[in-house]
Design a protein around this ligand. Structure first.
Ligand SMILES: [Fe+2]
Ligand SMILES: [Fe+2]
Length: 268
């Protein structure tokens, strides 16, 4: 699951007791709460007895420094079952999990500069996040640099020899969404470039280029768009299961994505 947005949720909590399904690993694909160290504590209080993979969303860094909040989350999670990871892998059983926020390449519409300008103007990410030990405002160019690092990291991992399944967990989307664009596209429409990059090239096998042959992931879990998706792209099953903002009132079961399944289990 992803985008639980605890900061904008009243009266909803993780299923517990008899209604909690059995699972081996819990995946939280970002946007749990601003300040990831609070997210780790929230998870430790609720899930003490199973591994939890916690991928950073954009909102984890709101009101703070993007690298510092990850460091704090790692400190709080150190030695526990909650793993806050960025550009890192973890092996649980015979499954390799490859985890990164991912950000985007601002290339969905082939006009990187315009997409970055729209993002800078309209996305809170580029107003409310600090970087460089709080010294600078986080800008689209920082996000793009992080995207490139994560993409290179993913490709390296997909080209390594492996035994057993491989699961990618990212916050930002890895697929091209179905879009109906005006001509020319409106700024609101260009904002999709902040949500998705088309990474379908990583979902088909590629020959050895000196770094090993690329074998696509078995599963790619993402979040961020406050929707649900479950489909096969190339050889990879791609899934998102976001709650989004809400409920706004206690006991109301209304949130951004009415298809959110708080008990979704994926077998691999
Ligand atoms: Fe979100
Ligand atoms: Fe997000």
């Amino acid at each position: 699951m992803s985008d639980l947005h605890i900061e904008l949720t009243r009266g909803w909590d993780l299923p517990s007791g008899d209604v909690r399904p059995d699972f081996d690993v819990m995946i939280v694909a970002g946007d749990l709460i601003p300040r990831a160290e609070r997210g780790v504590k929230w998870l430790l209080d609720r899930v003490p007895d199973r591994p939890v993979i916690y991928c950073m969303g954009n909102h984890e860094s709101y009101g703070t420094d993007i690298d510092r909040t990850l460091e704090k989350a790692k400190q709080v999670g150190s030695g526990t079952n909650v793993h806050a990871l960025e550009n890192e892998t973890i092996r649980i059983g015979n499954v390799t999990f490859v985890v990164c926020t991912l950000w985007t390449d601002f290339a969905l519409f082939g006009d990187e500069r315009r997409e970055m300008a729209v993002a800078a103007e309209r996305m809170n990410d580029f107003k409310r996040i600090r970087t460089g030990h709080y010294a600078h405002r986080f800008r689209p160019a920082h996000a793009l640099a992080k995207h490139r690092r994560s993409r290179a990291f993913l490709e390296t991992e997909l080209r390594k020899d492996r035994l057993g399944p491989l699961v990618i967990v990212s916050h930002h989307g890895c697929r091209r969404p179905e879009l109906r664009l005006s001509d020319p596209p409106k700024p609101d429409e260009l904002l999709s470039a902040v949500y998705y990059s088309d990474l379908s090239a990583l979902m088909v096998p590629a020959p050895d280029d000196g770094r090993g042959a690329l074998r696509p992931a078995d599963l790619w879990i993402f979040g961020h768009d406050h929707r649900s998706f479950d489909g096969l792209i190339g050889e990879t099953r791609v899934v998102s299961n976001c709650k989004g903002y809400g409920p706004w009132l206690p006991r109301e079961r209304a949130w951004d994505n009415q298809n959110f399944d708080e008990r979704l289990i994926i077998e691999i």
